[in-house]
Write a protein that binds this ligand. Structure first.
Ligand SMILES: CC(C)(COP(=O)(O)OP(=O)(O)OC[C@H]1O[C@@H](n2cnc3c(N)ncnc32)[C@H](O)[C@@H]1OP(=O)(O)O)[C@@H](O)C(=O)NCCC(=O)NCCS
Length: 190
């Protein structure tokens, strides 16, 4: 089981479980990035835009980690710096699957600086080394060049296309399916 106190450090960013004290910062960056994120991720729920509801959501996120259901990490600048985005391993299936879905976003002030690539590599390392997962999958809209670039830089392989896969920005959007399995994950940590 992953400790809620675990911190996974890269060169410039770190991943850790969300803390209740993160709620104001998460609401702040989700709010000021709303236009930046709108074309690519689901419409934010009230628990992403309201501090008391965000606190309750964080408590649920922490329960999900303890239950091995979803790992919605905060990505921070350095180990003790501000939260700048989220990297998540969700919908964990054990048994004969041992898989999870990968998702990520960074706030509008920190995109384009390689932070998410580093955060996703950390998450893949957690997935394969700490959680013992075998397969990590991501679904990306074909026109999302930045996300496609992150996936490729992190070693995810294009596997196919899913028609009208997710409802984003009010419409059912086709997505490209990417995945990486433990066999292809490099031995060297990021
Ligand atoms: C996708 C996202 C997480 C990338 O975060 P980031 O921290 O900017 O990612 P990085 O800086 O590590 O890498 C981005 C890469 O995309 C490239 N890129 C960015 N915008 C691009 C564009 N419009 N066209 C082509 N490439 C682009 C960058 O040049 C960089 O590649 P490089 O390092 O080879 O130059 C961020 O853009 C985001 O939050 N987008 C909205 C949410 C989202 O799309 N989430 C993923 C859903 S599948």
């Amino acid at each position: 089981m992953l400790s809620l106190r675990a911190v996974f450090r890269g060169k410039r960013v770190a991943l850790r479980a969300p803390r209740v004290s993160d709620a104001p910062r998460i609401v702040e960056i989700r709010s000021w990035s709303i236009e930046f994120l709108r074309p690519w991720v689901p419409v934010p729920g009230p628990d992403e835009l309201d501090v008391p509801l965000a606190r309750a959501r964080i408590l649920r996120d922490r329960r999900d980690i303890r239950a091995d259901r979803h790992y919605r990490f905060c990505m921070t600048l350095g180990e003790d710096g501000p939260v700048i985005g989220r990297v998540a391993l969700t919908q964990v299936f054990r048994g004969i699957f041992q898989r999870a879905a990968l998702g990520y976003w960074v706030d509008v002030e920190h995109h384009g600086q390689g932070f998410t690539t580093e955060g996703v590599k950390l998450a893949l390392d957690v997935a394969f080394r700490e959680l013992g997962l075998h397969r990590i999958q991501a679904a990306i809209m074909p026109q999302n060049a930045a996300s496609l670039s992150v996936a490729r830089k992190c070693g995810l392989q294009h596997e196919g296309r899913a028609a009208r896969y997710l409802q984003i920005a009010g419409a059912w959007q086709d997505h490209l399916l990417f995945a990486v399995t433990a066999e292809d994950w490099p031995a060297a940590p990021p």
